[in-house]
Design a protein around this ligand. Structure first.
Ligand code: NA7
Length: 530
């Protein structure tokens, strides 16, 4: 017999946990989570060096003043174990576990238009009927695993960074290879180099990275935030990326070359990679201004890495800084001065497959005992595309999105009533600090669900026209930036054959809030309530 709930929440990551707390106060909710524990990203990503690259005082919940006053972050940028501990603390403190079913991924969702109810089936055989779905499935949760031939022949071990074993493997006598030099690879590599016999880094595209300057939290930093938390949380939501960095007032062209370097030196030590993207007003819109920042970072790489050939290979030269996600590291470039680290360029000689003892490229073979896949994610749409979701008239979400996702304001899809996404496609997602932005979105969706009930409606839809209007806003915002000049998970081009354009709204979080709130306040413009 199916069970009945008001709302099913998919995912017990940071947004899902808050959704359980917020929506559970007024509604009968249940949350299904694929992992054996809560925390989402911070449950799965246990690879050595996994660490948030936003300051923890910001990247944390603001919904409960006592929580943010009492919690102590040991470091400026928290390591995975501390973030997982925090997620567990929140689940216990707010008694959320009673509503969460772990190790139980959702397999299918089906909308019955006669009853306006969703049917949910899970891997463990649960069958639930509910009015609303809140999908907090994460923008970066479905791993990308390149499909090279010969994998079954490879005698070593393979770990994707997001499926890292709970018990850390002993690498001390292992020849380790790592594929991928995005945020994850850049965090993992320096630790792997210390832990292993030797490390080979397979790089296809070099990343722009800057030092995190991570250190233990000092009293002054903690007091400064704790004394001002309510005000700071408000200010966060008023900034472009929900992060308090110094937003510039001057163009790169307003400075002499010497002054430009001074400004960039400040950004370099600011403890926020995003500071480099906004060092000048025009970094993300004017290629010439962008190139000033690119060359500054390249010079930092050249000054750090002893071997000039390796340094040059590490210098990104084919795309503007910020077009791919900027990385923040702890000794990444310094690592290349170790004797046991080798950089291999797999752009000029791509990986063609596995051998029994390692990997082969078009020009060589490499012996490897443990292969670390830091190859990223089928981002933003990946997690939802892997659930069989059927909306009205038998429409499948995966089919609807086969040429790229369409949404209204990133949180609803036409043909899928009462289905809400947090950090969904075409929302600001990773362009906003995701915990605070996620709280805002959960509150927003919660308001819609409450009003639906108060106004006597049982169903809310969005329309294709609203999706088209939102696509125009999303494309318009992206068009004036340099983002389209790189292949990345922002535009799905990191996944072979994935269609669609830019999947993130880059118009800034305040504008996102303003437009979505205005639509709701304007008598649900772009939505139909029945
Ligand atoms: P990213 O940023 O997507 O990085 C993945 C890396 O893996 C990147 O360097 C890719 O090179 C590389 N990659 C992927 N497939 C291949 C193949 N087939 N061959 C060689 N190299 C490959 O993922 P991350 O996990 O590092 O970071 C994701 C987000 O998490 C990050 O943006 C933050 O928001 C947190 P490419 O650049 O595509 O040439």
């Amino acid at each position: 017999m199916p069970e009945h709930f008001d709302i099913v929440i998919i995912g017990a990551g940071f947004s899902g946990l808050y959704a359980v707390h917020k929506l559970g106060q007024k509604h009968n909710v249940v949350c299904f989570e694929a992992g054996d524990g809560v925390g989402g990203t911070w449950y799965w990503n246990r690879y050595p060096g996994a660490r948030v690259d936003i300051k923890s005082v910001e990247y944390s919940y603001g919904f409960d003043e006592n929580l943010q006053q009492e919690w102590k972050w040991p470091e400026y940028f928290s390591a995975q174990p501390d973030l997982e501990r925090y997620a567990n603390h929140v689940a216990d403190r707010f008694d959320l576990r009673k509503d969460i079913r772990l190790s139980n991924p959702v397999k299918s969702l089906y909308f019955d238009k006669d009853t306006n109810r969703w049917h949910i089936k899970t891997a463990k055989g649960d069958h639930v009927i509910c009015q609303h779905i809140v999908a907090a499935t994460g923008a970066l949760s479905a791993p990308n695993m390149p499909n090279w031939p010969g994998r079954e022949d490879f005698k070593g071990e393979i770990f994707h960074t997001t499926q890292w074993p709970e018990e850390q493997p002993d690498l001390s006598d292992k020849r380790v290879g790592i594929i991928g030099t995005g945020s994850t690879g850049i965090q993992a590599a320096p630790i792997l180099a210390e832990q292993s016999k030797n490390l080979t880094v397979f790089q296809r595209t070099p990343a722009f990275s800057m030092p995190s300057g991570n250190k233990p939290t000092d009293e002054a930093h903690e007091r400064d935030w704790k004394d001002n938390y309510p005000q700071r949380r408000k200010e966060l939501l008023e900034t472009y990326g929900v992060s308090l960095i110094d937003y510039p007032t001057k163009s790169a062209h307003d400075y002499t070359p010497e002054e430009q370097v001074e400004v960039l030196e400040e950004g370099w030590t600011s403890k926020s990679a995003f500071q480099m993207m906004v060092a000048f007003t025009d970094v993300m819109t004017d290629p010439a201004a962008n190139e000033v920042v690119c060359e500054f970072v390249r010079n930092k790489i050249r000054a750090t890495v002893d071997n000039p050939k390796t340094a040059e290979l590490l210098c990104p030269k084919t795309y503007p800084i910020g077009a791919k996600r900027l990385c923040i590291d702890n000794g990444y470039y310094e690592m290349y001065n170790r004797d046991n680290v080798t950089l291999v360029d797999v752009k000029s000689a791509p990986i063609t497959g596995f051998t029994e003892t390692g990997l082969k490229t078009t020009d060589s073979e490499y012996d490897i005992d443990v292969l670390v896949m830091a190859t990223g994610f089928d981002a933003v749409t990946g997690a939802l595309s892997r659930i069989d979701i059927t909306g009205v008239d038998g429409m499948k979400l995966s089919e609807k999105w086969q040429d790229g996702p369409t949404t209204a304001f990133g949180f609803m899809v036409a043909g899928f009533p009462n289905f809400f996404m947090i950090h969904g496609p075409l929302s600001p997602a990773a362009f906003a600090q995701m915990i605070t932005a996620g709280e805002w979105q959960v509150d927003f969706v919660s308001g819609i669900i409450d009003e639906l009930k108060e106004d006597g409606y049982s169903r809310i839809d969005t329309t294709e026209e609203a999706e088209q209007n939102w696509a125009a806003e999303v494309n318009g915002a992206a068009q004036h930036t340099v983002h389209h000049l790189a292949d990345s998970w922002y535009n799905g081009k990191n996944i072979e054959g994935k269609k669609g354009g830019f999947v993130i709204y880059v118009g800034g979080f305040p504008r996102y809030c303003e437009l979505s709130t205005a639509a709701v306040q304007n008598n649900y413009e772009g939505f139909i309530r029945t």
